[in-house]
Design a protein around this ligand. Structure first.
Ligand SMILES: [Zn+2]
Length: 189
């Protein structure tokens, strides 16, 4: 059965094509070329590697990258809350922070955040403040996700910034990493 899409949601077959610097991707309405998904998978693989690094540092395995519309990576992040004693050090926040330094701008229009897990409420806030164009995430977070799971984060009526999003890209790889991590952690208790 076809799931109903949330406001701003596009399917993985509708992911925007990279390398068209003249294409403005602000609305998920265009018909995109078919092979775009492969490029986004490569970018997601980078985020998954970051998640793996977080796991090795005994952090919850989440990774994120910010890319421009040509696919250039502007920022990378991996969960680091425990390592740096910072409750805000989620992968998405760190990636956005780095991208903002690269751009020398606190706003990040014409960028896309690619992350391995559905962003939480805090990260949704950062996404909206950063004014990114789009969001692609792998696994959904049924317990704390603020984009589709617990909140329809792209469709808040009182927020004046709109972004498109797509979920489920390489979701199984991310979900498996998270499952293994939490299973291991329970065992250690
Ligand atoms: Zn978060």
């Amino acid at each position: 059965m076809q799931e109903t899409k949330k406001f701003g949601e596009i399917s993985l077959d509708e992911l925007p094509q990279l390398e068209h610097s003249d294409t403005k991707i602000s609305e998920p309405s265009t018909v995109f070329p078919q092979n775009a998904k492969t490029n986004w998978e490569k970018i997601m693989e980078t985020a998954l590697l970051l998640a793996k690094e977080a796991e090795e540092a005994r952090e919850i395995p989440v990774g994120a990258v910010v890319v421009d519309l040509q696919g250039n990576i502007l920022g990378k992040g991996k969960n680091a809350c425990i390592s740096i004693n910072d409750p805000t050090a989620h992968a998405e926040i760190l990636a956005l922070r780095q991208a903002a330094q690269v751009r020398q701008n606190y706003r990040l229009p014409q960028t896309i955040l690619v992350c391995t897990l559905e962003p939480c409420l805090m990260c949704l806030g950062a996404i909206l403040h950063a004014r990114i164009s789009g969001l692609i995430f792998a696994a959904s977070d049924t317990k704390a996700g603020a984009v589709v799971s617990k909140l329809n984060g792209a469709g808040l009526s009182w927020v004046n910034h709109r972004f498109w999003f797509a979920k489920g890209l390489l979701a199984e790889q991310s979900a498996e990493m998270l499952r293994t991590f939490f299973k291991q952690r329970r065992k250690e208790r």
